[in-house]
Design a binder for this molecule. Structure first.
Ligand code: HEM
Length: 408
């Protein structure tokens, strides 16, 4: 008789409701920090949940991010198909990873983002004015009219996309990501975006500017260090990588503040508190929780468990952000929480840590030092349970957020 395969819980775990992380994480944090789960394709990668183990996984050079390696944990059939494409730095290991990442990271440094702050502030103000104008006589969707356009507008500008093309590109991107588009429409929008970027690479060759695509063309493509295909793919990556996460974090921030009126009042009085608010927001809600996956290239041990070469690992930054050993009372939202030496892991950790973290924080801090200060009476137009939440087995997020305020 062949041995019976043990059964493992299906992953991703479902959130019990809207913005609560899966309760399974609490149990695993207490009882079983290194476990196995079952993915959609029947594979059984390891799941690590403790803050320390997640940091160890994300800095271990024996673990790979190359998705073409056998055993890399893919989250869907679409992901498995995409893994066959030529990778960008997000899916590379050292030294290729840093070689390609360093071609763009000058556009995401503290200094660069500080220099772009006036543009970020103008963008937030522009969409806030539009929200107020469009919502003066009715309830209005804060996602569509405010959260969604802000991060795209900002990254389009940094990439060097002409302002006249912003609406066209936003339309393509919406079709690509909108869950109600057919697969064929989403695929066509994807191809249209890639074709558009290909054309833009051509025009930057003849008249470069001071933007990311121009820099890739002049410093990498023209000297023959990158092929055109790679320039287009890197631009595409930056165009789409983090927008949806920023959108979710804006909407989640609004809901979270309305649930914590004392902290909201303090923030309205003192907008500089947007910094600790965003810090706590990015711990409390982990809106990018599936990127931190790796595959072992040799046998390794974690807490006495052997993970064999070729086995996948999911390092859950979402669970680690609620690890009570690092964040006491982890389920309480407290922007005044005492910070220890360990950071929250919302932006990842190690070499692949989010390249655009400073930019994303600047966008969120600008939003939360402006939104409620301008519209202090902003409130939800529906009960929390009726918010259009992202599907419960996907990253936490909000698809539509009807809001209103007292109009005089
Ligand atoms: C609040 C917003 C954001 C969050 C929470 C977030 C989260 C993350 C996380 C967790 C990773 C780590 C993946 C890993 O370890 O494998 C990551 C990587 C990355 N993020 Fe973000 N991100 C955000 C915004 C953005 C934005 C706005 C962009 C683009 C403009 C962006 C571009 C990237 C890229 C290109 C990587 C790959 C870095 C590498 O592999 O070296 N992210 N992000």
């Amino acid at each position: 008789m062949s041995p019976v395969e043990p059964s493992y819980p299906k992953f991703p775990f479902a959130r019990p409701s809207g913005d609560e992380p899966p309760s399974e994480f609490h149990r695993l944090l207490r009882e079983c920090p290194v476990s196995r789960v079952e993915l959609w394709d029947g594979s059984h990668p390891w799941l690590v949940v403790k803050h320390k183990d997640v940091c160890d996984v994300l800095t271990d050079p024996r673990l790979s991010k190359v998705r073409q390696r056998e055993g890399f944990p893919e989250m869907s059939a679409g992901g498995k198909a995409a893994a066959k494409n030529r990778p960008t730095f997000v899916d590379m290991d050292a030294p290729d990873h840093m070689r390609q990442r360093s071609m763009v990271d000058a556009f995401f440094t503290d200094d660069y983002v500080t220099a772009r702050l006036p543009f970020i502030q103008d963008t937030v103000k522009h969409y806030l004015d539009e929200l107020i104008e469009a919502g003066w006589d009715k309830e209005i969707d804060l996602v569509k009219h405010f959260a969604l356009p802000i991060p795209s507008h900002i990254i389009y500008d940094i990439l060097g996309i002409p302002h006249g093309d912003f609406d066209y590109l936003s339309g393509c991107d919406a079709t690509r990501t909108n869950g109600s588009s057919t697969a064929a429409a989403a695929q066509a929008a994807n191809e249209e975006l890639l074709k558009y970027l290909g054309g833009l690479v051509g025009s930057k060759t003849t008249s470069p500017g001071k933007d990311i695509i121009s820099s890739l063309v002049v410093e990498q493509l023209q000297p023959g260090k990158l092929e055109k295909h790679d320039v287009v793919q890197i631009a595409f990556l930056l165009l789409v990588a983090g927008n949806a996460t920023v959108v979710s974090m804006i909407a989640l921030g609004v809901v979270t503040l309305l649930e914590h009126p004392d902290q909201l009042s303090r923030l309205i009085e003192d907008p500089t508190l947007s910094k600790p608010f965003v810090e706590e927001l990015c711990r409390y809600h982990t809106a990018s929780s599936f990127a931190t996956r790796r595959v072992a290239t040799v046998d390794i041990g974690i807490r006495g468990q052997t993970i064999k070469a070729g086995e996948g690992i999911i390092a859950s930054n979402q669970a680690a952000n609620r690890d009570p050993e690092v964040f006491p009372d982890p389920d309480i939202f407290n922007m005044f929480r005492k910070r220890g030496p360990e950071e929250a892991l919302g932006f990842g950790f190690g070499a692949h840590r989010c390249v655009a973290e400073t930019l994303a924080r600047a966008e969120l801090e600008t939003v939360f030092s402006t939104l409620f200060q301008t519209v202090p009476g902003l409130r939800l137009a529906v009960p929390k349970s009726e918010i259009q939440w992202a599907p419960l087995t996907k990253d936490v997020g909000i698809v539509g957020l009807p809001v209103t305020w007292d109009k005089v």
